[in-house]
Design a protein. Structure first.
Length: 262
């Protein structure tokens, strides 16, 4: 049985051997140099090490300061973005109101401002929801347009706080129209994804691709509302009427804020 003192000697011997091999083959005598430095110049050694610790602490303080500055910059950036967003929103609102005033002056009808917040395809066709309802004075049949006078559709159902709008591309919506600057008249009808067709235009009537189609006021829609632009005209002498396709104006403008014509 190995005595405690002998066991201690064995452990110390193994430890010294390990340190010697580590110093010689892995850290290239750095450990011996460090120990020599400690015994020869303990003051200088301690001063150097303390200086190193001071440098580390200084770096930690600097990183802490930089982290705090970055956090402050992020907060300032968020504040700036928020102010820019608010300014942009106010600018859009001012532009909307300015254009809306022109529409009111042209149509000479009181309006209700509203916003579209949902759209989709239901059984009857395409519809959108607006954030105004009967408590705001909205009733079925009111006309919905953009601030530029582009026809969006007609109120089909009015609830207390919201209303459903039947879009101009809905097959159930027909509008009496004419070609801007010409005497060509017709009736438009929605065709869902195909846009709008213009019917009852005889072969002799003047119409061409690129023409602007507007409401003529011969029905419940006010005159002068923009329906869209003609994209296709098919002429067939064996047919009584031309086949005309229209790109809806509402698909070329951003839908958000709208006007409801009383």
């Amino acid at each position: 049985m190995v005595k405690p003192s002998s066991r201690l000697m064995v452990i110390l011997f193994v430890l010294m051997l390990f340190l010697s091999l580590l110093n010689r083959y892995f850290i290239h005598d750095a450990l011996a140099n460090e120990m020599s430095q400690v015994f020869k110049q303990p003051g200088s050694y301690l001063f150097a090490r303390l200086s190193g610790i001071e440098t580390v602490l200084s770096e930690l303080k600097r990183w802490r300061r930089l982290t705090a500055e970055n956090a402050e910059l992020r907060r300032n950036n968020i504040t700036l973005v928020s102010r820019l967003a608010e300014q942009s929103s106010l600018q859009k609102e001012n532009d909307f109101l300015r254009r809306s005033l022109k529409v009111q002056q042209k149509i000479a009808q009181p309006v209700i401002t509203a916003g579209i917040f949902m759209s989709g395809l239901s059984a009857p066709g395409y519809q959108v929801l607006i954030n105004k309802g009967t408590k705001d004075g909205v009733i079925v049949g009111y006309i919905v347009v953009t601030s530029d006078g582009v026809l969006v559709g007609r109120v089909k159902e009015a609830l207390s706080d919201i209303s459903k709008v039947q879009l101009v591309t809905d097959p159930g919506l027909e509008v009496a129209v004419q070609i801007l600057g010409k005497n060509t008249l017709g009736i438009t009808q929605g065709e869902l994804n195909q846009g709008i067709s213009m019917n009852l235009v005889v072969q002799e009537d003047q119409i061409a691709e690129g023409d602007t189609v507007i409401s003529n006021g011969h029905d419940s829609f006010p005159a002068g509302l923009i329906i869209g632009k003609v994209t296709h005209v098919e002429v067939n002498e064996s047919e009584v009427f031309k086949k005309i396709r229209i790109e809806p104006g509402m698909t070329t403008v951003p839908l958000g804020a709208v006007l409801i014509l009383k």
